[in-house]
Write a protein that binds this ligand. Structure first.
Ligand code: HEM
Ligand SMILES: [Ca+2]
Ligand SMILES: [Ca+2]
Length: 313
């Protein structure tokens, strides 16, 4: 299914044929790189999709999350579990060979996240390009702009709305957790350690059998907190609507997933998406486009980075 949508949120700086003259094969080059990397390592698509989310929420979709160094966004502990950087760098290397100093890292990341969804079974979405790479990447910008699993629904709603995303978009984009994985530490607040060092369930909204599986997978000691479990216990490598079905069965991994059941409006959406994959995909295409267009940089405040991990000197 190919969906092409552009709503009022599409920046005037972006265009569907932005590189038509300067680098007509850029989308194929990115796609081929993401495909090869994902075939080699099936955890790549989840990593790339999350990377875009963390890029766009801090300083807009400008590749700021890709910059390496002291006190950059990437160095912040909240971004410690991000991955997929090497895939973006690999795509950039290919693109630089054929179209030097032409395509931004921000565009490469947006395209790579889009391709990741399609490769795992999600909708193919046409997205506009023309993003510029940012010249600012500060660790101190991460926490105020990124949601945490401990946030309430209204805290999440607040941050999303500051990015121009609606409450519906929050429910829809949370569907990204239909793929990928998480460290046990990411949902440890739903458990506590008993006197014997064993994990005990304290969040009773979690299905008991699922909770028991999680405690088994995560092990019993704090040292095991680096173990990873699948976000969607149903179809972890398929971009589908199972995440919503799991949510309704009280098998949403994060507390931030589970709270979507606590509000009548979000619950209605969750039920709709659980029953109707096409509806989820249509809403996803629209919400993804909005996510990938947040605060796009212009010529003056952006650049085309030569290496994605370094701001041009
Ligand atoms: C709504 C609030 C959200 C919260 C609190 C949240 C939180 C998290 C956390 C804690 C992880 C696990 C990280 C780890 O331990 O490795 C995770 C994974 C992931 N998140 Fe979210 N997330 C949210 C929304 C989103 C959105 C909007 C997207 C993308 C559109 C997204 C995409 C992903 C993906 C794909 C993974 C798997 C990453 C991997 O496999 O490496 N999340 N999220
Ligand atoms: Ca950014
Ligand atoms: Ca799935």
């Amino acid at each position: 299914m190919l969906l092409s949508l552009c709503f009022s949120t599409c920046s005037s700086e972006l265009a569907f044929d932005f590189y038509a003259g300067s680098c007509p094969l850029v989308e194929t080059m990115v796609k081929d790189t993401v495909r090869a990397a994902s075939l080699h390592d099936p955890t790549v698509p989840g990593k790339l999709l999350r990377l875009l989310f963390h890029d766009c929420f801090v300083e807009g979709c400008d590749g700021s999350v890709l910059v390496q160094g002291n006190d950059t966004e990437r160095s912040d502990p909240a971004n410690a579990s991000l991955g997929g950087f090497e895939v973006i760098e690999a795509a950039k290397n290919v693109v630089e060979t054929f179209c030097p100093a032409t395509v931004s890292c921000a565009d490469i990341l947006a395209l790579a996240a889009r391709d990741s969804v399609e490769f795992t079974g999600g909708p193919g979405i046409e997205i506009p390009t023309g993003r510029k790479d940012g010249k600012i990447s500060l660790a101190s910008n991460v926490r105020p702009n990124i949601v945490d699993t401990s946030f309430t629904l209204s805290q999440m709603k607040h941050i999303f709305s500051a990015k121009g995303l609606s409450f519906d978009d929050l429910v829809t984009l949370s569907g990204a957790h239909t793929i990928g994985s998480a460290h046990c530490s990411a949902f440890s607040e739903r458990f506590k350690l008993d006197s014997k060092g064993k994990l005990k369930l304290i969040d009773t909204s979690l299905d008991r059998t699922y909770a028991a599986e999680l405690t088994q997978q995560c092990g019993t000691s704090q040292a095991q907190m680096s173990v990873k479990v699948n976000n969607d216990p149903g179809t972890p490598f398929v971009f589908d609507n199972q995440y919503y079905q799991m949510l309704l069965a009280h098998k949403g991994l994060f507390q931030s997933d589970a709270v979507l059941l606590n509000n009548a409006n979000s619950l209605k959406r969750v039920e709709e998406f659980a029953n109707d994959k096409n509806s989820f995909f249509e809403n996803w295409a629209e919400a993804f486009l909005k996510l990938a267009s947040i605060q796009v940089k212009t010529e003056e405040d952006g650049e085309i980075r030569r290496s994605c991990s370094v701001i041009n000197g």
